[in-house]
Design a protein around this ligand. Structure first.
Ligand SMILES: C[S@@+](CC[C@H](N)C(=O)[O-])C[C@H]1O[C@@H](n2cnc3c(N)ncnc32)[C@H](O)[C@@H]1O
Length: 276
């Protein structure tokens, strides 16, 4: 097996947290995500993953987040077989293989050039899947993306790393570019961002968290055309399967229960779906 060395730092290195978590969760006997692609890719990376301190609870939590976003994307593709998907800050996430979109869909994985170069080495090419090596905040990359088809835009674990003035600008550019569609992503409140920055896995990378969102309707005001469709608080039973939470350790479950009872803590992390 050919291995690849990686020299990613800061926000780029965080992709190894989510990859390792999804790979690890997929090897658990009761796996939710069953992401064998992540497990195969991680096995080929020459990197000391232990330094990221990804524990079982984080594996399950990140698998649950990815599973909800996969579900929303699948629902959209079931209704729009001619859609495009923009997967922003894709890192080494294997979403295109997990979802396995139908032939009429064009999929765009976008991340920094060095991340895309690594993706090319670790994952096979796939018809209809296009790789774009660019910062998402550079407007030029959108030039190659069709404008006249329904768009599903997924940004998992990306927006909190962008400078705060860049997020509404990016969303506005996307909304203006596309005929219509949905954009789905995770966001943290200002308090949530402070807590995530203390998380050992993120701290070790030196990544800075910059963008927070206390009120999801604020984005509707900042970005004309965006309309909030779904808002899930962390492990909300309306979107997350309680049986998955039951897989976590008792201290994690206790902390979640405690957080859910205290309003500012209950809303520190959100999964959001907007239509435009
Ligand atoms: C926490 S990782 C998430 C990766 C992937 N979405 C996942 O869930 O496994 C954050 C990703 O955002 C990417 N990223 C951060 N800032 C970016 C930017 N300005 N342009 C493109 N990608 C960016 C990083 O390179 C990294 O791949």
């Amino acid at each position: 097996m050919q291995t690849e060395t990686v020299a990613l730092t800061r926000e780029k290195e965080t992709l190894l947290i989510t990859l390792w978590a999804k790979a690890g969760e997929s090897l658990l006997p009761d796996s939710l995500l069953k992401d064998r692609f992540a497990a195969e890719a991680a096995a080929r990376i020459d990197y000391d993953f232990a330094r990221l301190k990804v524990d079982r609870d984080l594996m399950i939590g990140l698998a649950m987040r990815a599973h909800v976003l996969d579900g929303w994307a699948r629902d959209f593709l079931a209704e729009h077989s001619d859609a495009i998907v923009m997967h922003l800050g894709c890192g080494l996430d294997s979403r295109v293989f997990r979802i396995d979109p139908p032939a009429g869909v064009d999929w765009y994985d976008v991340d920094y050039p060095e991340v895309i170069a690594l993706r090319r080495k670790l994952y096979p090419a796939r018809d209809g899947c296009h790789l774009i090596g660019s910062s998402v905040t550079e407007p030029g990359w959108l030039g190659g993306v069709p404008q006249d088809r329904p768009a599903m835009i997924v940004a998992e674990g990306l927006l909190p790393y962008l400078p705060k003035e860049e997020v509404p600008l990016l969303l506005e550019r996307l909304v203006r570019h596309c005929r219509g569609g949905e954009i789905i992503f995770d966001a943290y409140s200002a308090l949530g961002l402070k807590l995530i920055a203390l998380q050992p896995s993120v701290r070790v990378t030196g990544a800075e968290l910059l963008w927070s969102l206390d009120d999801p309707t604020e984005l509707q005001r900042q970005v004309p055309g965006l309309e909030l469709a779904t808002e899930l608080t962390a492990y909300d039973p309306d979107g997350y399967d309680p049986a998955q939470i039951a897989r976590m350790s008792w201290p994690a479950r206790f902390a979640m229960q405690f957080f859910s009872l205290i309003p500012p803590l209950a809303r520190i992390g959100l999964l959001l779906r907007y239509r435009f």
